[in-house]
Structure formats: C-alpha cells, structure tokens
Ligand binder design. Structure first.
Ligand code: PRP
Ligand code: URA
Length: 209
C-alpha cells in the first residue's frame, strides 16, 4: 500500500528554508539539494529488506544483519532531478542510475519527453524517481507511467517541494507509488509555479534563467 511521507526533521526544514531564499547562490543551492537528498535517502530506504550473515568480530562469532541485496535504481527527471542523485548515491552507493528527460511545455504545461536511458536490469530493481519539484504532477506522473510501460513495478517518488495539486494527481494516477516530500506548500500560481516554492529548480541548480 503506497504512503505519503512528509519530512519534519528540523535539519531538513532548516535547509529547505535556505533553499527557498532568492538570495541563496547557485553553489549553495546545489550543496543544499545534495545534503537534503542525502538526509531523505535514510528514510526512503527504511523498508529495504535485511538478511542474516555469520561474521567474526575480533572477539566472537555472531549472526549479523546485512542488506538482503535488493537492488535499487535511481531515476532523476532531467534536468533538476540530477541535483538529487549524488546525495542519494552517498547513502546507496551501489544503486544504478537511469535518466528520463522531460520538460514542461510553458504554454500547455504538459510534459514533453526528450530522453530516456535506463539500466538494462531495471525491472528487477526498486526504482526511486527523483525530482525536486512536484507542481501539477504532470511531469512526475508521466515519468512514472513511462517506467511502468517498460514493466517496472516497484516505484517510489522523492521530491523536495510539493503542491497539494501534484500530490493529489500522483495519488490518483499512481496509487501504488509512495511519495516522499520535504515540504508541502500552499498552492500553485497561474503559471503553475509552487507558492511559496523556490522558483525554477532547474534554473537555480544550474544558474540558467
Ligand atoms: C520542473 C521540475 C519538474 C516539473 C514540475 O522541470 O523539475 O520536473 O517542472 O512541474 P509539474 O509537476 O507541473 O510537471 P521543468 O519542466 O522546469 O524542466 P527543467 O528541470 O529542465 O528545468
Ligand atoms: N517547476 C519548478 O521548477 N518550480 C515550480 O515552482 C514549478 C515547477
């Protein structure tokens, strides 16, 4: 059963507030996205299965818990999802990484796909889709559908800032996908930007506008 997780950890909330500030530099923004993603990875991977293994410590033999070897794949939605990859990899270093390129057409606000490259064994992996922003939910819903069309069943979605409209859309389109957010904001404006949000995540990460 899919769930919705909102992170209330003070460190995450503090870092999200700096991220929102329009005076935060590109360098600092990038570092914060990295740090927040790393902190979120801890909770996102909470249900990874464990198995037992006999090991020798310097003083005794013991049965210890180790990860059962469930394989993970990270799939950032280009561009802005790229900013979350290294932080996640710091905690899940053996994950493979696939990429989906989507942009939101500024006139129709509909997602347009322009790139897709996924690990060959992705259907055997637990897939964590990454995008800092969940606004209308159009991009993330399309990316998840795209993965499902390729036979991928086990999917989680991780974002930094979400709008109620996007959460509702994802829960309706993909009730099987658990959603992890660092913040749930108030609403979308007339251009489907999240209010208060942080502006355009891709532009702030890469210094474009
Ligand atoms: C942003 C963001 C999401 C999307 C969210 O990407 O990174 O992918 O908008 O909006 P939605 O929930 O309404 O679809 P954008 O389309 O600006 O592309 P970019 O990452 O290349 O800047
Ligand atoms: N995409 C962004 O980068 N920011 C928003 O507020 C909405 C969509």
């Amino acid at each position: 059963m899919a769930q919705f997780f909102l992170f209330d950890h003070p460190l995450i909330q503090h870092k999200i507030s700096i991220l929102r500030d329009k005076n935060t530099s590109t360098k600092e923004f990038r570092e914060l996205v990295h740090e927040i993603s790393m902190l979120m990875a801890y909770e996102v991977t909470r249900d990874l299965p464990l198995t037992e293994k006999v090991i020798e410590t310097p003083v005794a033999t013991t049965t210890a818990k180790v990860l059962a070897g469930k394989k993970v794949a990270l799939v950032p939605i280009l561009r802005a999802g790229l900013g979350m990859v290294d932080g996640m990899l710091a905690i899940i270093p053996s994950a493979k990484v696939g990429h989906i390129g989507l942009y939101r057409d500024p006139n129709t606000l509909k997602p347009v796909e322009y790139y897709c490259k996924l690990p060959e064994d992705i259907t055997e992996r637990e897939v964590i889709v990454l995008d800092p922003m969940l606004a209308t939910g159009g991009s993330s819903s399309a990316a998840i559908q795209f993965l499902k069309d390729r036979g991928i069943k086990n999917i989680k979605f991780v974002c930094l800032i979400s709008a109620p409209e996007g959460i509702e859309r994802l829960q309706k389109d993909h009730p099987d996908v658990s959603v992890f957010c660092a913040a749930k904001d108030e609403k979308l404006n007339d251009h489907a930007y999240i209010i208060p949000g942080l502006g355009d995540a891709g532009d702030r990460l890469f210094g474009t506008n």
